[in-house]
Design a protein. Structure first.
Length: 347
């Protein structure tokens, strides 16, 4: 099974990618709206087909990307039947099996943080995804969205701590840079519910946290009750062309589209002068500014058209886009694959 753990630094949310390496079909657990382009790029680069997005619960600190991913990639949305949310393709209950080859998961209901919290457990019990029910040396707060500390205590003790001691636990968040724990560790060391903590101990702890409400709660909860459908959800790309944000964070555009639309673009070649007469050739009408001179000469680049940067392979021109973005050019992209791909495509 292919596995990746991804982080949204603003909300400290972990998104998990699981895929069957034979079928290349994948699922995402708790995708974040603002990380849509990152996650889509990773799926493309790993040659994966997104089959499902799974929510561990209705989140209060970020908007899910589930609806946006469904619109773009055709994936189905999976959510607890107890969540009360609308718009999912499949509503699951305790004991349901989410079948996806080596990435298959069993649903365990773990309410308490919210009514609809679930933990997704791999069929061999080697790992589980606990959402906000159980965190690393912590537990999800229970003071809003119908939270119930005593119910969460029973969920953790009966549905998570009953897993094998060496089962890896992957939480929905961590605010201290920790990435993974085990059932055995949390049973021993979790200060809220580990050791000999009773239900009264846990409830007394949780009911006196005194935390402020999440900053995005007024936006996140209404949007997540519709699986992330918002007025901004359809805004996937810049309007001037089919720009893709790579997993590395850069903006790229396909050479064939550039060839068909070059008259509406400013093309900036950042190679050295000697390269222009080489076997890869050059694009007629391209503005030539070597990358070492680009920062100082950025003002020479017209701002009335989108800018496409290119070099031999697309590596230097990716950095050129960063330089021009800092110079105030917002409509720009890197020519994917550079002149090597341009020549290979006989453009």
């Amino acid at each position: 099974m292919l596995f990746r753990q991804l982080l949204d630094p603003v909300s400290s949310t972990y998104t998990y990618l699981l895929a069957d390496e034979t079928t290349r079909r994948a699922l995402l657990i708790d995708p974040v709206f603002e990380q849509f382009e990152r996650d889509r790029a990773l799926l493309a680069e790993l040659d994966l087909e997104l089959s499902l997005t799974l929510e561990t619960h209705v989140h209060a600190d970020h908007v899910t990307a589930a609806w946006r991913l469904r619109q773009a990639l055709g994936s189905q949305i999976v959510l607890s039947r107890r969540s009360g949310a609308s718009g999912a393709d499949r509503y699951v209950d305790d004991g349901d099996l989410i079948e996806e080859g080596e990435a298959s998961l069993i649903v365990r209901a773990t309410p308490g943080h919210t009514n609809g919290c679930v933990t997704y457990v791999r069929k061999d019990y080697s790992m589980a995804f606990t959402g906000d029910a159980l965190l690393i040396r912590s537990a999800g707060r229970t003071d809003f969205q119908d939270g119930d500390a005593r119910r969460l205590y029973r969920s953790i003790r009966e549905r998570i701590f009953s897993l094998p001691a060496n089962c890896l636990l992957h939480p929905g968040h961590d605010y201290s840079g920790r990435t993974v724990t085990t059932v055995g560790e949390e049973k021993r060391w979790n200060p809220r519910i580990g050791g000999e903590a009773s239900e009264d101990d846990f409830a007394g702890y949780m009911n006196n946290l005194g935390l402020p409400h999440p900053k995005q709660i007024d936006v996140a909860v209404p949007a997540n009750m519709k699986c992330g459908e918002t007025e901004q959800s359809a805004a996937a790309h810049p309007g001037w062309g089919p720009v893709i944000r790579t997993f590395a964070g850069g903006l790229e555009i396909d050479p064939h589209w550039v060839a068909d639309h070059h008259r509406m673009l400013t093309i900036v070649d950042v190679r050295e002068a000697a390269e222009l007469s080489g076997e890869l050739g050059r694009i007629d009408g391209a503005l030539h500014i070597p990358i070492g001179e680009l920062k100082a000469r950025a003002a020479e680049i017209p701002r009335d058209k989108p800018v496409v940067c290119l070099c031999r392979s697309g590596r230097r021109s990716a950095q050129a886009c960063t330089i021009l973005e800092k110079a105030g050019i917002t409509e720009l992209a890197n020519l994917a694959g550079g002149m090597i791909r341009w020549r290979a495509g006989r453009l």
